[in-house]
Design a protein. Structure first.
Length: 211
């Protein structure tokens, strides 16, 4: 039997995590944990999102919802490529569905999740070359003080972040939720300028991974 890698061991730990329902936690998760993520020791692209929604909580597979359909459209990739762990890692800020707020929207990712796991996980994936950082929570963690005062201004500075020469490169994105239709319509530069560059960068990394 092949020896389990450190990354596989860590994923196994994360898959069994129950931090957010322990008695000592304030406002514990209102349902059983179901961590959802895809890790990889070979993928050059990581999708760093927020947390699973209701459909993903049920399926146990990231982005099995309309947001996933739109994200794959943004990236210009098929489902087969998107879910190939040799091509993409998918590591949200919170691995479990956080529940719904009073208006029926998703709550923010559980803070204890990133505190417990994220630094360890990123350290075991040094081969990553492009981080697609989706939403304010992922941008706060991965970009820190380099992000702007709000999501729109952060995403609008996408060229600047790509030109910084970070390794891995960082490209901030809005969430692909259909609730952001109005944002996309207001910010036409996103579809006209950012998405073509996103697709080009994705293809470069996919080709590099296959050689």
């Amino acid at each position: 039997m092949a020896k389990m890698s450190e990354l596989e061991k860590l994923k196994k730990e994360i898959s069994g995590c129950t931090i957010c329902v322990e008695a000592s936690v304030k406002n514990p998760l209102p349902h059983a944990p179901r961590p959802v993520l895809i890790v990889s020791s070979s993928a050059r692209i990581a999708i760093c999102g927020q947390a699973p929604g209701t459909r993903v909580h049920q399926s146990g597979v990231p982005f099995t919802d309309p947001s996933g359909d739109r994200l794959r459209q943004w990236l210009g990739v098929s489902e087969d490529v998107f879910y190939d762990s040799n091509q993409f890692a998918i590591i949200p800020m919170g691995f479990c569905f956080p529940g719904l707020d009073a208006k029926g929207g998703d709550l923010p990712p559980r803070k204890e999740c990133a505190l417990a796991w994220r630094s360890k996980l990123m350290a075991l994936m040094p081969q990553l070359k492009l981080l697609l950082v989706i939403g304010i929570h992922a941008q706060a963690w991965h970009m820190g003080p380099k992000r702007q005062k709000n999501l729109t201004e952060t995403v609008a500075q996408w060229r600047h972040y790509l030109e910084e020469g970070n390794d891995p490169a960082i490209l901030p994105l809005p969430h692909p939720s259909w609730r952001n239709n109005a944002w996309i319509k207001r910010n036409q530069w996103f579809e006209d300028e950012l998405l073509p560059e996103l697709r080009a960068r994705v293809q470069i990394e996919l080709q590099a991974a296959s050689t």
